[in-house]
Ligand binder design. Structure first.
Ligand code: PMP
Length: 293
């Protein structure tokens, strides 16, 4: 990974409807989005110059803002066009797009009724989310101390910056212990997701995945469910408890950044990178590259 900080790169960033030089895309220190986390974002990959599932990501961005009580000042079409233009101007073949929207500076307190809404889109070249050498042998997860909050304690279907506070804490703790990521349980003690990706398990030829009732129903998650069903693999969405982990044979994560990432271990429980995981890994790779319809 490049050591060049993200605010020191070259190129352009779409900022409130205009392209500005990368290093000039700044916010003022007194910005509501920074102090009170009134900020939502997206993350989508570019494969062969094309943004995968762009429309779905834009739709989620608009909905994330709505769940935080604000409306984006751009239509879905305008946002899609802007994302595509950013990719073109950045000359990207394979990379990542990060659109975000936040409340500005008109009011500085919990209340922000008068605040203007700002939006930016940046894109850069980006490889695998997890270490490539680890990818096919599976990554190691530990259990997080933090739990996904209940739907009545957070706008959990919003991809809101504030909801990542506990993800960063969990991921740092995992990395300090030598793991790649952490598995978070939810407020009921059920298996929820990793810090930036959904989770699947394989048992007796079927896929098991937690019902997304207090975390994001990921776009990749839904895509992979479709791929599995196309193979005739049964997909069971249900409550999964941590004491079931040792009964599963395979495990993998899904996410726009993580793609399909095999998991070899959660805490002391081991998994094999088996045939279903490999098939879905390959299918997803083919689909994003337009080699599978
Ligand atoms: N959960 C969390 C916490 C995430 O950050 C992500 C990545 N956006 C996902 C799940 C997976 O979502 P998607 O497949 O839409 O990228």
């Amino acid at each position: 990974m490049s050591l060049l900080p993200y605010d020191q790169r070259d190129g352009v960033i779409w900022y409130n409807g205009e392209f500005v030089p990368w290093k000039d895309a700044k916010i003022h220190i007194l910005t509501h989005g920074l102090h009170y986390a009134s900020c939502v974002f997206e993350g989508q990959r570019i494969y062969d110059k094309k943004i995968f599932k762009l429309e779905e990501h834009t739709e989620r961005l608009i909905n994330s803002a709505r769940l935080l009580g604000f409306a984006l000042p751009y239509t879905a079409d305008e946002i899609n066009t802007a994302c595509n233009e950013v990719v073109k101007r950045q000359n990207l073949i394979d990379g990542y797009v990060r659109p975000l929207a936040w409340r500005g500076s008109e009011m500085m307190g919990v209340s922000a009724q008068q605040n203007s809404i700002h939006m930016a889109i940046a894109a850069w070249e980006w490889g695998a989310y997890f270490d490539r050498t680890e990818l096919l042998k599976g990554i190691r997860l530990t259990m997080s101390e933090w739990r996904r909050p209940a739907p009545d304690t957070s706008p959990c279907q919003s991809k809101a910056a504030g909801l990542y506070m506990i993800c960063t804490l969990s991921k740092h703790e995992a990395e300090m212990k030598g793991y790649a990521d952490a598995l978070m349980l939810d407020y009921r003690g059920q298996v929820a997701e990793a810090t930036g990706a959904n989770i699947f398990f394989v048992k007796d030829g079927a896929l098991h995945t937690p019902t997304p009732d207090c975390f994001l129903n990921g776009i990749t998650r839904r895509t992979v469910i479709g791929l599995a069903q196309a193979h005739g693999i049964e997909v069971i969405e249900r409550a999964i408890f941590p004491d079931e982990l040792e009964g599963f044979e395979q495990c993998f994560l899904t996410g726009s950044a993580a793609e399909v990432t095999p998991v070899s271990e959660i805490g002391p429980t081991r998994f094999e990178v088996g045939a279903i995981t490999k098939t879905l890994f390959e299918d997803y790779t083919n689909l994003v590259r337009g080699r599978l319809t």
